[in-house]
Write a protein that binds this ligand. Structure first.
Ligand code: BTN
Length: 249
C-alpha cells in the first residue's frame, strides 16, 4: 500500500490487541507510521476497559504507531479522518465526542488512543481503530444488536476492508503531519468536526470515573475538549464518555 507517511506494515493472523502489538514494536524502535493490522484480536480493547468485539474476515482492526509531541485532540483528528474515508464511500457519518463513529444513532467504529511515557517523556502514541465493515446483525452479540451497525448493514453492500483502510490512511496522514506541525492545535479542523457532531446543541451528560457533567454541547476547542453550557456557565471537558441526556434524540 503506497500512502505517504506509512512506513511499515505488519499483518497478523491473530494477536491479542493490535494496540499492544504496536506498543511492543515501539519499544523495539519501529518508526512513526508503522501500521499493525490483525485479522483476529483475541483481547481487543475498547475505551474504559471494555472489550472490543470484532469478527475475523469481516471487521477492520488496526493500530498506528505515532510519535507526536503530545496527544491531545489526536483522537478527534482520527475520528474525523474516519468520517472523511466513509463519506468518500457515500456514507453519512456522525461523530460522538470524543471518538465514536456513528451511522445514524448506531456505532460503526471506535478509536482507542494510548500513550506510553517514560517518566514525563511521551515515548509514543498508538492509535487503534476498529470499524465494523461486513458484519450482519446476527454477527453482533445480542447486547450490541441495537447499538452497533456495520457498513454492510447500512448499505446492503459488501465492502473491501483494505480499501476502507487505504482511504482512512490517505486522509489521516496529511492532516496528522499538519496537526503535528501546529503542536497539536486542532483549530483548523474544529468546524469540520462540529459539522458532524451528533451532540452539538443537545443536552449531554459526560461521565468520567465518579464524576458527571451535564449541559448543552456547544462545540469543541483547539485542544479537543468539549464545551458544555449549563447554569454554571461554560465547562470544558477533556475526558469521559458523552451520551445524550434522556429525551434527546
Ligand atoms: C472504543 O470505541 O471503545 C474504541 C475501540 C477501539 C478498537 C480498536 S480495534 C484495533 C485496536 N486494538 C484494540 O485492542 N483496540 C483498538
Amino acid at each position: 500500500m503506497e500512502v505517504p507517511g506509512l512506513e511499515k506494515v505488519l499483518i497478523y493472523e491473530t494477536v491479542g490487541s493490535t494496540n499492544d502489538e504496536a506498543k511492543l514494536l515501539a519499544r523495539e524502535g519501529y518508526p512513526e507510521g508503522t501500521l499493525v493490522i490483525a485479522e483476529e484480536q483475541t483481547k481487543g480493547r475498547g475505551r474504559k476497559g471494555r472489550d472490543w468485539f470484532s469478527v475475523p474476515g469481516k471487521s477492520l482492526t488496526f493500530s498506528l504507531l505515532l510519535r507526536p509531541p503530545q496527544s491531545t485532540s489526536l483522537a478527534l483528528l482520527c475520528a474525523l479522518s474516519c468520517a472523511w474515508a466513509l463519506e468518500e464511500k457515500g456514507f453519512h457519518v456522525l461523530l460522538r465526542w470524543p471518538n465514536d463513529i456513528l451511522l445514524g444513532d448506531k456505532k460503526v467504529g471506535g478509536i482507542l488512543v494510548e500513550s506510553s511515557f517514560s517518566g514525563d517523556e511521551l515515548l509514543c502514541v498508538v492509535v487503534g481503530v476498529g470499524i465494523n465493515v461486513n458484519e450482519t446483525r446476527e454477527d453482533f452479540p445480542p447486547p450490541l444488536r441495537e447499538s452497533a451497525t456495520s457498513l454492510f448493514l447500512a448499505s446492503s453492500c459488501m465492502w473491501q476492508r483494505g480499501e476502507v483502510l487505504r482511504s482512512f490512511l490517505s486522509f489521516f496522514f496529511p492532516v496528522y503531519f499538519a496537526w503535528k506541525e501546529r503542536g497539536g492545535d486542532f483549530s483548523p479542523w474544529i468546524e469540520d468536526y462540529e459539522k458532524r457532531s451528533s451532540l452539538l446543541g443537545k443536552e449531554v451528560v459526560v461521565r468520567w470515573g465518579e464524576r458527571t457533567v451535564r449541559g448543552v454541547a456547544r462545540g469543541v476547542k483547539e485542544d479537543g475538549s468539549l464545551v458544555l453550557a449549563n447554569f454554571e456557565g461554560e465547562t470544558l471537558v477533556s475526558w469521559g464518555e458523552a451520551t445524550l441526556h434522556e429525551g434527546e434524540r
